[in-house]
Design a protein around this ligand. Structure first.
Ligand code: ZN
Length: 113
């Protein structure tokens, strides 16, 4: 379950931020997860609670925004929305497309005190 290691890196980032910004508790964290990143939100919530335990993010509420995946089609010379990594262009069936957005995960914002 790679969600555990993703959560570990989130907590690590949050702890570094806490040292820099001098906050001692995280109330909520909002993540953006690309549709192509193969992250299961259910597993993410579960892993987060386990990993955040006894850290400054213990009890923090996790929000997950799913980001649609976008790719560039050379044939249409336009950005198109895709559902899966190896999708062809929905307009002209051109393949392969160049993935532009939706294969990453990042912390969008967090509420701290
Ligand atoms: Zn196309």
């Amino acid at each position: 379950m790679h969600e555990i290691s993703l959560c570990e890196s989130i907590i690590e980032t949050v702890c570094k931020e806490a040292t820099l910004e001098r906050f001692c508790r995280v109330k909520s964290i909002r993540l953006e997860i690309g549709r192509l990143s193969c992250v299961n939100p259910e597993a993410m919530f579960f892993a987060f609670n386990a990993v955040a335990k006894d850290t400054i993010a213990d009890g923090a509420v996790l929000f997950i925004d799913a980001i649609p995946a976008k790719a560039w089609c050379k044939h249409c010379d336009a950005d198109v929305e895709i559902m899966q990594r190896y999708d062809a262009c929905p307009h002209c069936e051109y393949y392969p497309l160049e993935i532009k957005q939706g294969d990453a995960m990042r912390i969008k914002d967090m509420e701290v005190e």
